[in-house]
Write a protein that binds this ligand. Structure first.
Ligand code: ATP
Ligand code: ZN
Length: 224
């Protein structure tokens, strides 16, 4: 069901939400996010903001339910690989990389354990929220592993005896250190990105997207 209004999906609450909201506000889109609404109408442009869990954003774009979305590359690539494996739609267009949400997806092991390279992970069980990205990396390295899928508390898995290693998002490394782990491989460097669904757009929507992109260019340059 396509609407005349441009639909943009952003994270409702979390590490990307404030910077996302600020970015679109600086692009001149006026909206009021008071309350618990899923859809917020912009006051001065034919735009609706959809406030959702970040996990849902890649699928909403790949299914063509929303027109634009802001998402971390880690989540975007994980969902893309998962959908490709299931033969589900997984196309999208990356419009631009943004200047926030920076982090890395890294493998970490017990800080007292020896490490010389990916071969040391042969046959190990790796706890992660990103099984597809871990598998892609380990396949590239020609190293076999067992997954341990966790949507939270990944960093405590080794201490809890659930896994030998973890693969999780890191920004400062403080969480790893607090859990007696050391970072041994970076498998992805991620930032937030603006993505667009594939397929046709009305001339009006296309013009609006171009206007937003032009403004975004100015906003991001002004910050640099
Ligand atoms: P939601 O409730 O929307 O599912 P979430 O808990 O999955 O939220 P957040 O923790 O808010 O997600 O992280 C969202 C994104 O922020 C991550 O996918 C990643 O791209 C980015 N990010 C930046 N730094 C970090 C970090 N240190 N740890 C986790 N994510 C980070
Ligand atoms: Zn999430």
């Amino acid at each position: 069901m396509q609407t005349q209004r441009l639909r943009i999906a952003i994270q409702k609450k979390g590490r990307l939400s404030k910077e996302c909201q600020d970015l679109f506000k600086r692009c001149g889109i006026k909206f009021n996010l008071m309350g618990e609404r899923l859809v917020v109408h912009a006051e001065n442009m034919p735009i609706d903001l959809l406030l959702v869990r970040d996990d849902d954003i890649p699928g909403l774009i790949m299914d063509g339910v929303v027109d634009l979305g802001v998402i971390g590359e880690n989540e975007l690539e994980e969902v893309g690989l998962e959908r490709a494996a299931l033969n589900e739609p997984c196309d999208y267009t990356k419009l631009r990389r943004l200047d926030f949400g920076g982090c890395r997806l890294s493998i970490a092991i017990d800080k007292d354990e020896q490490y010389t390279g990916p071969r040391d992970l042969q046959g190990k069980r790796i706890a992660t929220t990103y099984p597809q990205l871990v598998k892609r990396y380990m396949d590239e390295q020609g190293v076999e592993f067992s997954p341990c899928m966790l949507n939270g508390s990944v960093e405590v898995a080794p201490r809890a005896g659930l896994a030998d290693a973890i693969c999780d998002l890191v920004s400062t490394g403080a969480t790893l250190e607090a859990n007696g782990l050391k970072e041994v491989e970076v498998i992805l460097r991620s930032k937030a990105v603006l993505i667009q669904r594939t397929g046709e757009f009305s001339a009006d929507k296309q013009a609006l997207i171009e206007r937003i992109l032009t403004r975004m260019q100015g906003v991001i340059q002004a910050k640099e």
